[in-house]
Design a protein around this ligand. Sequence first.
Ligand SMILES: NC(=O)c1ccc[n+]([C@@H]2O[C@H](COP(=O)([O-])OP(=O)(O)OC[C@H]3O[C@@H](n4cnc5c(N)ncnc54)[C@H](O)[C@@H]3O)[C@@H](O)[C@H]2O)c1
Length: 270
Amino acid sequence: MELGTGKTAVVTGGGSGIGAALCKAFAAESLSVVVSDIDLSAAEGISNSINDTGGNAIAVRTDVSDRSSIKELADAAFEAFGSVDVLCNNAGVVTFRSASEMSDSDWDWVMSVNLQGVINGLTQFLPRILEQGNAAHIVNTSSSAGLFAPPGMASYVASKQAVVGLSEHLSVDLAAVNVGVSVLCPGGVATKIVEAGRNRPDTHGGPEDVPDSAEPIRQGIAAGMPPSEVADRVIDAVRNNHLYVVTHNDTRPGVEARLEAIRACYALND
Ligand SMILES: NC(=O)c1ccc[n+]([C@@H]2O[C@H](COP(=O)([O-])OP(=O)(O)OC[C@H]3O[C@@H](n4cnc5c(N)ncnc54)[C@H](O)[C@@H]3O)[C@@H](O)[C@H]2O)c1
């Protein structure tokens, strides 16, 4: 779809990292931006920096795992700007535990943000986007962990693979109504994702520190791709309606190994 003045992007998890970079990138393309985050002051920091540099943004506190909170986000976005043309279901969290180590609340928290949060974005925004009748685009943030299964993050892998499947389904489903779909599958990006437990609500176990076992991951993430580079790839995907946004070549061996294992399984049928 074409980007530009008069259009609006809504970004969940827009207060930090990839979401913040997406907000700035859409603002640079002259879109109005709704910066949404469970951390309102972080969202306000990004909306203020966009407004200070001549853009047009508002900040809204949203918990994507809460359907009524996303409905309020949709109400605020349509009230402020009249339309929503790009929806980025980007907010995400992680716990660094394998399935055998995870508590019920670990599962509930990660699945409710990473998967139910995307579903809530769809149910609360899509009918209103379709009602507009114009070209629109949905970006769902998954991960390279949506394409293969790195160890030690069971709920993250489960949630992100579901987001890939949902996005693939949506891209077929929505093609006829001129709504494009992209699923973002990055490897390491230099953000605060390792400290996701900082925003873990009390209803899901409360804030938690990064475990020592995550130190190698923290170092890898800190040396990761700048979020602005990822955002540039998303802008390109929205413009050209690319389904997969795969940014990191170092994740390719994991994906190839998965495909090879599946191919080998099919070969048993010959
Ligand atoms: N950083 C990476 O290496 C990497 C790699 C692959 C995928 N991702 C994905 O990118 C997305 C963005 O993460 P990031 O790396 O920018 O991390 P980040 O922690 O810097 O940003 C995530 C933002 O989401 C917000 N958030 C958390 N829970 C929320 C909720 N319930 N409702 C609304 N907002 C909430 C946080 O407050 C934070 O501002 C996530 O979906 C993540 O899984 C990140």
